[in-house]
Design a binder for this molecule. Structure first.
Ligand SMILES: Nc1ncnc2c1ncn2[C@@H]1O[C@H](COP(=O)(O)OP(=O)(O)O)[C@@H](O)[C@H]1O
Ligand SMILES: [Mg+2]
Length: 157
């Protein structure tokens, strides 16, 4: 059984509202989130807004060159990965490390998780972002896990 929520946003403000709503839903228990989409789709923008509404105080930057940024000033720890640089080695090289970030009570956002040549061994929320035009993006949220069903349902409200 796979739950899906799809929506289209027409500008960055609407992306911010969507992230605010998402942050509200994951604040309590955290979530492991994989973000998919081409360069410029808005993976970092969405992640930055999520961190903002988790009340992270620091400036959230793209972790492209460091693979992970972590923030501990918000409501729960926020871990922001960018796996772009793992294109050649593949995510299997860090699958064990990622598992540690799938525990409850933390929000983990992973950009470029498609470089995974292994099925990650834990439940997660997947967000696929498609570029439609300059300001318009379609977002598709889905999950393979019971524990995130309420979050998917909550997005629909
Ligand atoms: N509705 C929107 N949602 C997200 N980003 C948008 C939107 N409209 C325009 N943008 C712009 O698109 C770019 C997305 O860049 P970024 O978040 O770094 O993408 P990615 O991390 O997927 O490569 C930003 O410059 C952002 O301002
Ligand atoms: Mg990015």
């Amino acid at each position: 059984m796979k739950k899906i929520f799809k929506t289209t946003v027409h500008n960055l403000d609407e992306t911010e509202k969507l992230a605010k709503n998402f942050a509200r839903l994951v604040r309590k228990n955290g979530a492991f989130v994989c973000l998919y989409g081409d360069i410029g789709a808005g993976k970092t923008a969405f992640s930055r807004f999520c961190a903002k509404y988790m009340n992270v105080k620091e400036k959230v930057t793209s972790p492209s060159f460091v693979i992970i940024n972590e923030y501990h000033s918000g409501d729960i720890p926020v871990y922001h990965f960018d796996l772009y640089r793992l294109e050649n080695e593949g995510v299997k090289t860090i699958a064990d490390e990622l598992t540690e970030y799938s525990k409850d009570g933390v929000l983990t956002l992973v950009e470029w998780a498609q470089f995974s040549d292994v099925e990650l061994p834990f439940g997660r929320i997947e967000i696929k972002i498609d570029y439609i035009d300059d300001n318009t993006r379609s977002f598709e949220f889905s999950t393979n896990s019971e524990k995130y069903i309420d979050i998917l349902e909550g997005l629909k409200q």
